[in-house]
Design a protein around this ligand. Structure first.
Ligand code: UDX
Length: 470
Protein backbone atom coordinates (compact mmCIF):
# COMPACT_ATOMS: atom_id res chain seq x y z
CA UNK A 1 0.00 0.00 0.00
CA UNK A 2 1.57 3.30 -1.03
CA UNK A 3 1.32 6.78 0.31
CA UNK A 4 -1.36 9.21 -0.90
CA UNK A 5 0.56 11.79 -2.96
CA UNK A 6 -0.45 14.96 -4.80
CA UNK A 7 1.87 16.57 -7.36
CA UNK A 8 1.14 20.23 -8.12
CA UNK A 9 2.28 21.14 -11.64
CA UNK A 10 2.65 18.53 -14.39
CA UNK A 11 5.51 20.01 -16.43
CA UNK A 12 9.03 18.71 -17.07
CA UNK A 13 9.52 17.85 -13.38
CA UNK A 14 5.99 17.26 -12.04
CA UNK A 15 4.86 14.76 -14.66
CA UNK A 16 8.02 12.68 -14.11
CA UNK A 17 7.55 12.80 -10.31
CA UNK A 18 3.87 11.81 -10.57
CA UNK A 19 4.39 8.97 -13.05
CA UNK A 20 7.43 7.53 -11.27
CA UNK A 21 5.92 7.67 -7.76
CA UNK A 22 2.82 5.90 -9.11
CA UNK A 23 5.10 3.33 -10.77
CA UNK A 24 6.77 2.47 -7.46
CA UNK A 25 3.40 1.94 -5.76
CA UNK A 26 2.04 5.23 -4.44
CA UNK A 27 -1.47 6.58 -5.12
CA UNK A 28 -0.80 9.78 -7.04
CA UNK A 29 -2.97 12.65 -8.22
CA UNK A 30 -1.32 15.15 -10.54
CA UNK A 31 -2.67 18.70 -10.72
CA UNK A 32 -2.51 20.53 -14.05
CA UNK A 33 -4.35 23.81 -14.62
CA UNK A 34 -3.72 24.04 -18.39
CA UNK A 35 -6.73 22.36 -20.10
CA UNK A 36 -4.79 21.17 -23.16
CA UNK A 37 -1.97 19.69 -21.08
CA UNK A 38 -4.53 18.11 -18.72
CA UNK A 39 -6.30 16.44 -21.65
CA UNK A 40 -2.98 15.16 -23.03
CA UNK A 41 -1.97 13.72 -19.66
CA UNK A 42 -5.39 12.09 -19.19
CA UNK A 43 -4.97 10.49 -22.63
CA UNK A 44 -1.82 8.76 -21.33
CA UNK A 45 0.84 11.00 -22.84
CA UNK A 46 3.22 13.67 -21.62
CA UNK A 47 2.80 17.15 -23.16
CA UNK A 48 6.50 17.01 -24.19
CA UNK A 49 9.09 14.42 -25.26
CA UNK A 50 10.76 12.49 -22.44
CA UNK A 51 11.90 8.88 -23.08
CA UNK A 52 9.85 6.33 -21.12
CA UNK A 53 7.42 8.85 -19.62
CA UNK A 54 4.41 8.11 -21.82
CA UNK A 55 4.59 4.41 -20.92
CA UNK A 56 4.66 5.17 -17.20
CA UNK A 57 1.72 7.59 -17.47
CA UNK A 58 -0.32 5.06 -19.46
CA UNK A 59 0.51 2.29 -17.00
CA UNK A 60 -0.24 4.45 -13.97
CA UNK A 61 -3.63 5.43 -15.38
CA UNK A 62 -4.43 1.81 -16.32
CA UNK A 63 -3.55 0.51 -12.85
CA UNK A 64 -5.48 3.36 -11.27
CA UNK A 65 -2.36 4.44 -9.35
CA UNK A 66 -2.25 7.77 -11.18
CA UNK A 67 -4.81 10.34 -12.17
CA UNK A 68 -4.75 13.98 -13.25
CA UNK A 69 -7.09 16.79 -12.24
CA UNK A 70 -7.45 20.56 -12.23
CA UNK A 71 -9.37 20.39 -8.94
CA UNK A 72 -6.92 21.55 -6.26
CA UNK A 73 -9.32 20.82 -3.41
CA UNK A 74 -9.81 17.22 -4.58
CA UNK A 75 -6.03 16.76 -4.83
CA UNK A 76 -5.44 18.01 -1.30
CA UNK A 77 -8.28 15.96 0.19
CA UNK A 78 -6.92 12.85 -1.61
CA UNK A 79 -3.34 13.20 -0.36
CA UNK A 80 -1.13 13.34 2.73
CA UNK A 81 2.04 14.41 0.88
CA UNK A 82 2.06 17.21 -1.69
CA UNK A 83 4.95 17.88 -4.08
CA UNK A 84 5.24 21.46 -5.34
CA UNK A 85 6.54 21.21 -8.91
CA UNK A 86 5.62 24.57 -10.42
CA UNK A 87 8.15 26.60 -12.36
CA UNK A 88 10.49 29.23 -10.95
CA UNK A 89 11.50 31.00 -14.19
CA UNK A 90 14.26 33.62 -14.10
CA UNK A 91 12.96 37.05 -13.20
CA UNK A 92 14.10 40.31 -14.91
CA UNK A 93 16.73 40.96 -12.21
CA UNK A 94 18.21 37.46 -12.39
CA UNK A 95 16.40 36.25 -9.29
CA UNK A 96 13.94 33.36 -9.61
CA UNK A 97 10.32 34.42 -10.15
CA UNK A 98 8.35 32.78 -7.32
CA UNK A 99 4.90 33.99 -8.41
CA UNK A 100 3.74 30.46 -9.15
CA UNK A 101 5.14 29.10 -5.89
CA UNK A 102 3.29 31.82 -3.96
CA UNK A 103 0.02 31.01 -5.74
CA UNK A 104 0.34 27.30 -4.98
CA UNK A 105 1.29 27.96 -1.35
CA UNK A 106 -1.82 30.08 -0.82
CA UNK A 107 -3.97 27.40 -2.47
CA UNK A 108 -2.42 24.73 -0.24
CA UNK A 109 -3.13 26.79 2.87
CA UNK A 110 -6.73 27.33 1.79
CA UNK A 111 -7.25 23.58 1.23
CA UNK A 112 -5.31 22.18 4.18
CA UNK A 113 -7.98 20.20 5.98
CA UNK A 114 -5.66 17.53 7.46
CA UNK A 115 -1.93 17.11 8.12
CA UNK A 116 0.23 17.27 5.01
CA UNK A 117 3.93 17.10 4.29
CA UNK A 118 4.66 19.83 1.73
CA UNK A 119 7.66 18.92 -0.42
CA UNK A 120 9.26 21.59 -2.60
CA UNK A 121 10.64 19.80 -5.68
CA UNK A 122 11.06 22.83 -7.94
CA UNK A 123 14.38 24.59 -7.80
CA UNK A 124 13.57 27.48 -5.49
CA UNK A 125 15.65 30.39 -4.17
CA UNK A 126 17.50 29.56 -0.98
CA UNK A 127 15.13 30.15 1.94
CA UNK A 128 11.90 29.53 -0.02
CA UNK A 129 10.96 26.53 2.13
CA UNK A 130 11.21 28.67 5.25
CA UNK A 131 9.21 31.45 3.57
CA UNK A 132 6.55 28.94 2.39
CA UNK A 133 6.01 27.71 5.94
CA UNK A 134 5.72 31.24 7.27
CA UNK A 135 3.20 32.18 4.58
CA UNK A 136 0.98 29.18 5.40
CA UNK A 137 1.22 29.96 9.11
CA UNK A 138 0.32 33.56 8.36
CA UNK A 139 -2.80 32.44 6.46
CA UNK A 140 -3.90 29.70 8.88
CA UNK A 141 -2.87 31.43 12.08
CA UNK A 142 -1.02 29.73 14.97
CA UNK A 143 -3.49 26.79 15.01
CA UNK A 144 -2.36 25.87 11.53
CA UNK A 145 1.24 25.26 12.59
CA UNK A 146 0.61 21.61 13.46
CA UNK A 147 -1.24 20.88 10.22
CA UNK A 148 1.82 20.69 7.96
CA UNK A 149 5.55 20.15 7.71
CA UNK A 150 7.89 21.43 4.96
CA UNK A 151 10.60 19.42 3.21
CA UNK A 152 13.00 20.49 0.45
CA UNK A 153 13.64 17.65 -2.04
CA UNK A 154 15.70 19.11 -4.92
CA UNK A 155 15.46 17.44 -8.33
CA UNK A 156 18.54 16.34 -10.28
CA UNK A 157 16.71 15.35 -13.46
CA UNK A 158 18.38 15.78 -16.85
CA UNK A 159 16.09 16.28 -19.83
CA UNK A 160 16.18 13.20 -22.03
CA UNK A 161 16.95 10.91 -19.08
CA UNK A 162 14.59 12.29 -16.38
CA UNK A 163 12.74 9.00 -15.79
CA UNK A 164 16.00 7.10 -15.30
CA UNK A 165 17.41 9.90 -13.14
CA UNK A 166 14.32 9.82 -10.90
CA UNK A 167 14.07 6.03 -10.53
CA UNK A 168 17.85 5.46 -10.29
CA UNK A 169 19.24 8.64 -8.72
CA UNK A 170 22.80 9.05 -7.48
CA UNK A 171 21.29 10.27 -4.23
CA UNK A 172 18.06 11.53 -2.65
CA UNK A 173 18.31 14.78 -0.68
CA UNK A 174 15.64 15.63 1.91
CA UNK A 175 15.93 18.83 3.88
CA UNK A 176 13.63 19.74 6.79
CA UNK A 177 13.65 21.32 10.23
CA UNK A 178 10.72 19.01 11.17
CA UNK A 179 11.67 15.37 12.01
CA UNK A 180 8.12 14.08 11.47
CA UNK A 181 7.93 15.57 7.97
CA UNK A 182 11.45 14.35 7.25
CA UNK A 183 10.51 10.74 8.06
CA UNK A 184 7.28 10.79 6.05
CA UNK A 185 9.18 12.12 3.03
CA UNK A 186 11.74 9.32 3.44
CA UNK A 187 8.88 6.80 3.45
CA UNK A 188 7.72 8.09 0.07
CA UNK A 189 11.22 7.47 -1.32
CA UNK A 190 11.71 4.07 0.34
CA UNK A 191 11.05 2.00 -2.87
CA UNK A 192 13.62 4.15 -4.71
CA UNK A 193 16.16 4.15 -1.89
CA UNK A 194 15.90 0.34 -1.79
CA UNK A 195 15.69 0.19 -5.62
CA UNK A 196 12.48 -1.85 -5.58
CA UNK A 197 11.36 -0.67 -9.06
CA UNK A 198 8.59 -2.77 -10.69
CA UNK A 199 9.65 -4.15 -14.04
CA UNK A 200 13.24 -3.13 -13.48
CA UNK A 201 15.97 -5.40 -14.72
CA UNK A 202 19.21 -6.07 -12.94
CA UNK A 203 20.08 -5.62 -9.29
CA UNK A 204 21.22 -2.16 -8.34
CA UNK A 205 22.93 -0.70 -5.34
CA UNK A 206 20.75 1.04 -2.79
CA UNK A 207 20.54 4.80 -3.19
CA UNK A 208 22.17 7.06 -0.57
CA UNK A 209 19.79 9.33 1.36
CA UNK A 210 21.06 12.69 2.63
CA UNK A 211 18.76 14.03 5.36
CA UNK A 212 19.68 17.56 6.29
CA UNK A 213 18.26 20.97 7.13
CA UNK A 214 15.77 22.77 4.89
CA UNK A 215 18.07 25.51 3.59
CA UNK A 216 21.00 23.14 3.21
CA UNK A 217 19.00 20.93 0.83
CA UNK A 218 18.07 23.96 -1.26
CA UNK A 219 21.74 24.90 -1.47
CA UNK A 220 22.75 21.35 -2.52
CA UNK A 221 20.67 21.81 -5.67
CA UNK A 222 22.12 25.19 -6.61
CA UNK A 223 25.66 24.18 -5.72
CA UNK A 224 25.40 20.96 -7.77
CA UNK A 225 24.16 22.72 -10.91
CA UNK A 226 26.60 25.57 -10.46
CA UNK A 227 29.49 23.11 -10.14
CA UNK A 228 28.44 21.14 -13.24
CA UNK A 229 28.18 24.36 -15.24
CA UNK A 230 31.52 25.55 -13.87
CA UNK A 231 33.11 22.22 -14.77
CA UNK A 232 31.97 22.64 -18.37
CA UNK A 233 33.16 26.26 -18.48
CA UNK A 234 36.49 25.16 -17.02
CA UNK A 235 36.87 22.64 -19.86
CA UNK A 236 35.99 25.38 -22.34
CA UNK A 237 38.56 27.77 -20.86
CA UNK A 238 41.25 25.08 -21.16
CA UNK A 239 40.04 24.36 -24.70
CA UNK A 240 40.71 27.95 -25.69
CA UNK A 241 44.26 27.60 -24.32
CA UNK A 242 44.61 24.31 -26.22
CA UNK A 243 43.91 26.11 -29.47
CA UNK A 244 46.72 28.56 -28.72
CA UNK A 245 49.32 25.95 -27.77
CA UNK A 246 48.26 23.17 -30.18
CA UNK A 247 47.01 20.71 -27.55
CA UNK A 248 43.89 18.51 -27.95
CA UNK A 249 41.24 19.21 -25.30
CA UNK A 250 39.65 15.78 -25.74
CA UNK A 251 42.96 14.21 -24.72
CA UNK A 252 43.47 16.75 -21.92
CA UNK A 253 40.05 16.06 -20.39
CA UNK A 254 40.58 12.33 -20.86
CA UNK A 255 43.77 12.64 -18.84
CA UNK A 256 42.05 14.78 -16.22
CA UNK A 257 39.03 12.47 -15.99
CA UNK A 258 41.16 9.43 -15.13
CA UNK A 259 41.78 11.13 -11.79
CA UNK A 260 38.88 9.83 -9.69
CA UNK A 261 38.85 13.13 -7.81
CA UNK A 262 37.93 14.88 -11.07
CA UNK A 263 35.95 12.33 -13.07
CA UNK A 264 35.48 12.53 -16.83
CA UNK A 265 31.83 13.53 -17.07
CA UNK A 266 30.72 17.10 -17.82
CA UNK A 267 34.14 17.93 -19.24
CA UNK A 268 33.09 17.93 -22.92
CA UNK A 269 34.36 21.23 -24.29
CA UNK A 270 32.57 22.95 -27.16
CA UNK A 271 29.71 25.37 -27.67
CA UNK A 272 28.93 25.26 -23.94
CA UNK A 273 25.84 24.75 -21.87
CA UNK A 274 22.22 25.81 -22.39
CA UNK A 275 18.86 24.62 -21.22
CA UNK A 276 16.37 25.89 -18.66
CA UNK A 277 18.44 25.10 -15.58
CA UNK A 278 22.14 25.95 -15.58
CA UNK A 279 21.74 29.58 -16.64
CA UNK A 280 18.71 30.15 -14.43
CA UNK A 281 20.23 28.51 -11.35
CA UNK A 282 23.58 30.28 -11.70
CA UNK A 283 21.79 33.59 -12.14
CA UNK A 284 19.66 32.98 -9.01
CA UNK A 285 22.71 31.96 -6.95
CA UNK A 286 24.70 35.00 -8.10
CA UNK A 287 21.73 37.24 -7.25
CA UNK A 288 21.47 35.65 -3.79
CA UNK A 289 25.20 36.22 -3.20
CA UNK A 290 24.88 39.86 -4.28
CA UNK A 291 21.98 40.35 -1.85
CA UNK A 292 24.49 39.56 0.92
CA UNK A 293 27.09 41.87 -0.57
CA UNK A 294 29.31 39.00 -1.79
CA UNK A 295 30.72 38.77 -5.36
CA UNK A 296 30.77 35.09 -6.47
CA UNK A 297 33.68 35.44 -8.91
CA UNK A 298 33.89 31.76 -9.87
CA UNK A 299 30.16 31.59 -10.68
CA UNK A 300 30.37 34.85 -12.63
CA UNK A 301 33.35 33.43 -14.51
CA UNK A 302 31.44 30.25 -15.40
CA UNK A 303 28.64 32.37 -16.92
CA UNK A 304 31.06 34.67 -18.72
CA UNK A 305 33.08 31.83 -20.29
CA UNK A 306 29.89 30.08 -21.38
CA UNK A 307 28.56 33.19 -23.09
CA UNK A 308 31.92 33.77 -24.79
CA UNK A 309 31.80 30.30 -26.43
CA UNK A 310 28.83 31.29 -28.56
CA UNK A 311 30.53 34.49 -29.71
CA UNK A 312 33.78 32.56 -30.26
CA UNK A 313 32.12 30.23 -32.78
CA UNK A 314 30.71 33.17 -34.74
CA UNK A 315 34.07 34.97 -34.66
CA UNK A 316 35.86 31.83 -35.86
CA UNK A 317 33.38 31.49 -38.76
CA UNK A 318 34.05 35.12 -39.71
CA UNK A 319 37.78 34.43 -39.66
CA UNK A 320 37.44 31.39 -41.93
CA UNK A 321 34.75 32.76 -44.28
CA UNK A 322 36.16 36.34 -44.32
CA UNK A 323 32.61 37.69 -44.42
CA UNK A 324 29.33 36.58 -42.87
CA UNK A 325 27.15 39.01 -44.84
CA UNK A 326 25.66 36.85 -47.57
CA UNK A 327 27.38 33.71 -46.31
CA UNK A 328 25.26 30.54 -46.29
CA UNK A 329 25.65 28.55 -43.08
CA UNK A 330 24.14 25.16 -42.31
CA UNK A 331 23.54 24.45 -38.62
CA UNK A 332 23.14 20.81 -37.62
CA UNK A 333 21.26 20.58 -34.34
CA UNK A 334 19.18 23.33 -32.69
CA UNK A 335 18.00 21.81 -29.36
CA UNK A 336 20.12 22.71 -26.31
CA UNK A 337 21.25 19.06 -26.12
CA UNK A 338 20.45 15.77 -27.84
CA UNK A 339 17.31 13.67 -27.10
CA UNK A 340 15.07 16.71 -26.57
CA UNK A 341 13.26 19.36 -28.64
CA UNK A 342 13.84 21.98 -25.95
CA UNK A 343 15.20 25.25 -27.33
CA UNK A 344 15.44 27.12 -24.03
CA UNK A 345 18.76 28.98 -23.90
CA UNK A 346 20.02 26.75 -26.72
CA UNK A 347 23.62 27.63 -27.68
CA UNK A 348 22.88 26.44 -31.25
CA UNK A 349 19.95 28.81 -31.55
CA UNK A 350 22.03 31.66 -30.12
CA UNK A 351 24.70 31.08 -32.78
CA UNK A 352 22.05 30.95 -35.52
CA UNK A 353 20.55 34.25 -34.36
CA UNK A 354 23.98 35.91 -34.18
CA UNK A 355 24.85 34.73 -37.71
CA UNK A 356 21.54 36.01 -39.08
CA UNK A 357 22.15 39.28 -37.26
CA UNK A 358 25.42 39.60 -39.17
CA UNK A 359 23.75 39.04 -42.55
CA UNK A 360 24.28 35.32 -43.00
CA UNK A 361 21.63 33.00 -44.44
CA UNK A 362 21.06 30.08 -42.04
CA UNK A 363 19.51 26.73 -42.90
CA UNK A 364 19.19 24.18 -40.13
CA UNK A 365 18.20 20.61 -39.42
CA UNK A 366 17.41 19.06 -36.04
CA UNK A 367 15.94 15.55 -35.61
CA UNK A 368 13.28 16.78 -33.16
CA UNK A 369 12.87 20.55 -33.56
CA UNK A 370 10.04 21.34 -35.97
CA UNK A 371 9.54 25.05 -35.29
CA UNK A 372 11.72 27.97 -34.15
CA UNK A 373 9.27 30.79 -33.41
CA UNK A 374 11.88 32.98 -31.72
CA UNK A 375 14.21 33.04 -34.77
CA UNK A 376 11.85 33.06 -37.78
CA UNK A 377 14.62 33.67 -40.34
CA UNK A 378 16.11 30.22 -39.83
CA UNK A 379 15.17 27.96 -42.74
CA UNK A 380 14.30 24.61 -41.16
CA UNK A 381 15.09 21.73 -43.51
CA UNK A 382 13.88 18.10 -43.42
CA UNK A 383 17.34 16.54 -43.36
CA UNK A 384 21.06 17.33 -43.10
CA UNK A 385 21.81 17.09 -46.81
CA UNK A 386 19.15 19.63 -47.77
CA UNK A 387 20.22 21.91 -44.92
CA UNK A 388 23.82 21.79 -46.25
CA UNK A 389 22.89 22.33 -49.90
CA UNK A 390 24.73 25.41 -51.22
CA UNK A 391 26.25 26.19 -47.81
CA UNK A 392 29.67 27.76 -47.35
CA UNK A 393 30.05 26.15 -43.92
CA UNK A 394 28.46 23.55 -41.67
CA UNK A 395 28.28 24.07 -37.88
CA UNK A 396 27.68 20.90 -35.86
CA UNK A 397 25.97 22.63 -32.94
CA UNK A 398 24.11 19.85 -31.07
CA UNK A 399 25.76 16.45 -30.70
CA UNK A 400 22.86 14.27 -31.83
CA UNK A 401 24.26 10.73 -32.28
CA UNK A 402 22.58 10.38 -35.70
CA UNK A 403 24.80 13.13 -37.13
CA UNK A 404 27.73 10.74 -36.79
CA UNK A 405 26.17 8.49 -39.43
CA UNK A 406 25.49 11.19 -42.05
CA UNK A 407 27.34 10.46 -45.33
CA UNK A 408 30.08 13.10 -45.17
CA UNK A 409 31.04 12.92 -48.86
CA UNK A 410 27.42 13.51 -49.90
CA UNK A 411 27.24 16.37 -47.43
CA UNK A 412 30.39 17.92 -48.91
CA UNK A 413 29.22 17.49 -52.50
CA UNK A 414 26.01 19.38 -51.74
CA UNK A 415 27.87 22.46 -50.47
CA UNK A 416 29.34 25.61 -52.05
CA UNK A 417 32.18 25.82 -49.49
CA UNK A 418 34.21 23.27 -47.52
CA UNK A 419 34.24 24.36 -43.85
CA UNK A 420 33.09 21.88 -41.20
CA UNK A 421 32.93 23.54 -37.77
CA UNK A 422 32.52 20.76 -35.22
CA UNK A 423 31.55 22.96 -32.25
CA UNK A 424 30.90 19.87 -30.10
CA UNK A 425 34.15 18.05 -31.00
CA UNK A 426 31.96 15.13 -31.98
CA UNK A 427 33.70 14.05 -35.19
CA UNK A 428 36.94 12.40 -36.19
CA UNK A 429 38.90 15.14 -38.03
CA UNK A 430 40.54 12.58 -40.32
CA UNK A 431 37.21 11.24 -41.61
CA UNK A 432 35.89 14.77 -42.08
CA UNK A 433 38.96 15.86 -44.03
CA UNK A 434 38.98 12.67 -46.10
CA UNK A 435 35.47 13.69 -47.20
CA UNK A 436 36.90 16.95 -48.59
CA UNK A 437 36.23 19.34 -45.71
CA UNK A 438 38.43 21.75 -43.79
CA UNK A 439 37.87 20.56 -40.19
CA UNK A 440 37.68 23.03 -37.29
CA UNK A 441 36.92 22.01 -33.70
CA UNK A 442 37.14 23.80 -30.35
CA UNK A 443 40.34 23.16 -28.50
CA UNK A 444 41.41 20.41 -30.87
CA UNK A 445 44.70 22.24 -31.39
CA UNK A 446 44.82 21.14 -34.99
CA UNK A 447 44.44 17.54 -33.86
CA UNK A 448 44.29 14.91 -36.55
CA UNK A 449 43.23 12.12 -34.19
CA UNK A 450 39.70 11.00 -33.31
CA UNK A 451 38.20 12.64 -30.17
CA UNK A 452 39.35 10.49 -27.27
CA UNK A 453 37.20 8.75 -24.62
CA UNK A 454 34.06 9.99 -26.27
CA UNK A 455 32.28 7.44 -24.04
CA UNK A 456 32.25 10.10 -21.33
CA UNK A 457 29.67 11.99 -23.40
CA UNK A 458 26.51 12.25 -21.32
CA UNK A 459 24.24 9.31 -21.99
CA UNK A 460 20.93 8.69 -20.17
CA UNK A 461 22.00 7.07 -16.90
CA UNK A 462 21.47 3.29 -16.98
CA UNK A 463 20.27 3.81 -20.52
CA UNK A 464 20.99 0.15 -21.17
CA UNK A 465 18.47 -1.00 -18.61
CA UNK A 466 14.92 0.02 -19.33
CA UNK A 467 12.14 0.34 -16.81
CA UNK A 468 9.51 -2.18 -17.70
CA UNK A 469 5.87 -1.28 -17.35
CA UNK A 470 3.78 -3.61 -15.21
C1 UDX B 1 20.91 19.84 -15.80
C2 UDX B 1 21.56 19.03 -14.68
O1 UDX B 1 22.43 18.04 -15.27
C3 UDX B 1 20.50 18.32 -13.85
O2 UDX B 1 21.10 17.64 -12.77
C4 UDX B 1 19.54 19.39 -13.31
O3 UDX B 1 18.53 18.81 -12.51
C5 UDX B 1 18.91 20.16 -14.45
O4 UDX B 1 19.94 20.77 -15.26
P1 UDX B 1 19.86 19.42 -18.20
O5 UDX B 1 19.87 20.93 -18.22
O6 UDX B 1 18.64 18.70 -18.57
O7 UDX B 1 20.27 18.94 -16.67
O8 UDX B 1 21.00 18.93 -19.19
P2 UDX B 1 22.51 18.46 -19.03
O9 UDX B 1 22.61 17.09 -19.54
O10 UDX B 1 23.05 18.76 -17.69
O11 UDX B 1 23.25 19.45 -20.10
C6 UDX B 1 23.17 20.84 -19.88
C7 UDX B 1 23.96 21.53 -20.99
O12 UDX B 1 25.36 21.30 -20.82
C8 UDX B 1 23.60 21.06 -22.41
O13 UDX B 1 23.52 22.20 -23.26
C9 UDX B 1 24.80 20.20 -22.81
O14 UDX B 1 25.04 20.23 -24.21
C10 UDX B 1 25.93 20.89 -22.05
N1 UDX B 1 27.07 20.03 -21.74
C11 UDX B 1 26.87 18.93 -20.95
C12 UDX B 1 28.34 20.38 -22.20
O15 UDX B 1 28.49 21.37 -22.91
N2 UDX B 1 29.40 19.59 -21.86
C13 UDX B 1 29.25 18.48 -21.08
O16 UDX B 1 30.24 17.80 -20.82
C14 UDX B 1 27.94 18.13 -20.62
Amino acid sequence: MGERVAVIGSGYVGSVVAACLAHVGHDVVGVESNPEKLATLRSGAAPFHEPGLDNLITSGLAHRKLRFTDDFCDAMDSSDVVFVCVGTPPGPDGDADTTAIRGVTVAIAQNLRHYHVIITKSTVPIGTGFWLGSLIEDILGPAGRDRFGVVSNPEFLREGSAVQDFLHPDRVVLGSDDPKAQEIAATVYRPILEQRIPGDIGKRDVVPLLQTKLTTAEMVKYASNAFLATKISFANEIARLCDFVGADITEVTAGMGLDTRIGGRFLDAGLGWGGSCFGKDLSALITTANEYGYRPRILEGAVSVNESQRKYVVDQLLGHLKTLRGAKVCILGLAFKPHTDDLRDSPALDVAARLIGKGAFVAAYDPMVTAVPDVPDIRLMPDAIRAATGADAIVLATDWPQFLTVRLTELRRSMRGDLFFDSRNNFDPILVEQAGFRYVGIGRGGATTPPRVIAHREQPRNADQGVGVR
